[in-house]
Design a protein around this ligand. Structure first.
Ligand code: NAP
Length: 245
């Protein structure tokens, strides 16, 4: 795998799975556009620490469609091209039905769909405009096991990720004629800020037992799957969903 001279935009790259993806692409020669929302200093430290050169940090609240447009415009202004988009940024809001008020319920659905489904859809649209002109590109969307198995305490999250799977498969059809690959990596539990309290809580061992490995995945393992899908030579896997469970 060689990402030399390739430009890779990773959303939510300052920490967690996104950070591991940024590190993996940089190790393979890519120039990484490190997107962040609130983790400004972590993003800037990452840009300085990544191997190679040409890495830059970009800020955007992706729940705002205008900010998605500004982000892609800034990446193209700085680099002139976009080879890989990794839609990784996401939120996980616990909102059990029986403990929610109606207004509360609606607010969670709006914010979760806005960040986890509509933002990636907008970035796919904007990146595709660039990639269609290039007649090449890769889009990798980070989904979740919850898309298949349900999320009883976070139904908006499960629904958003199921939507992201279907968005990806629809776009795989629509964009194949432009040599644009669209694929999905759907992790189960991974140790990041999103899951630390669950994994360190009383249910942690039960979660680990859900895997035949008796552990959760590492961020490096998820990043490995992402770079493999984003590498040249995988076009016939377009539309695939890698279920890392
Ligand atoms: P994390 O550590 O909680 O990080 C979330 C990332 O999303 C942060 O980089 C954050 O940016 C960014 N983000 C959140 N809201 C945003 C917004 N409105 N605009 C822009 N960026 C925003 O999460 P993670 O565990 O690494 O998860 C990454 C992806 O993997 C998510 O899509 C998640 O659903 C998926 N996933 C995770 C697991 C797991 O077990 N961890 C399992 C399955 C799927 P800032 O920090 O800069 O604000």
């Amino acid at each position: 795998m060689d990402f030399n001279e390739k430009v890779i935009l990773v959303t939510g790259a300052a920490r967690g799975i996104g950070r591991a993806c940024a590190e993996a692409f940089a190790r393979l020669g890519g120039k990484v556009a490190v997107h962040y929302h609130t983790s400004r200093s972590a993003a800037q430290q990452l840009v300085e620490a990544l191997p190679g050169n040409g890495h830059r940090a970009f800020s955007a609240d992706l729940s705002d469609p205008a900010a998605c447009q500004r982000l892609i415009d800034e990446v193209i202004r700085d680099y002139g091209r976009l080879d890989v988009l990794v839609n990784n940024a996401g939120i996980y809001e616990v909102k059990p039905l029986k403990e929610s008020g109606y207004a509360d319920w609606q607010a969670t659905w709006r914010s979760t769909l806005g960040t986890n489904l509509i933002a990636p859809a907008n970035l796919c649209f904007l990146a595709a405009q660039v990639m269609m002109k290039q007649n090449r590109g890769h889009i990798i969307n980070i989904s979740s096991r919850g898309a298949f198995r349900g999320e009883p305490d976070a139904p908006a999250y499960g629904a958003a990720k199921a939507g992201l799977n279907q968005l990806s498969q629809s776009l795989a059809w629509a964009l194949a004629q432009y040599n644009i690959f669209v694929g999905v990596v759907a992790p189960g539990f991974v140790r990041t800020d999103m899951t630390t309290s669950l994994l360190d809580g009383p249910g942690g061992d039960a979660i680990r037992k859900q895997s035949p490995l008796n552990r959760v995945a590492t961020v490096e393992e998820i990043a490995e799957a992402v770079v493999r899908l984003a590498a040249d030579g995988m076009l016939s896997a377009t539309g695939c969903i890698l279920d890392l469970n």
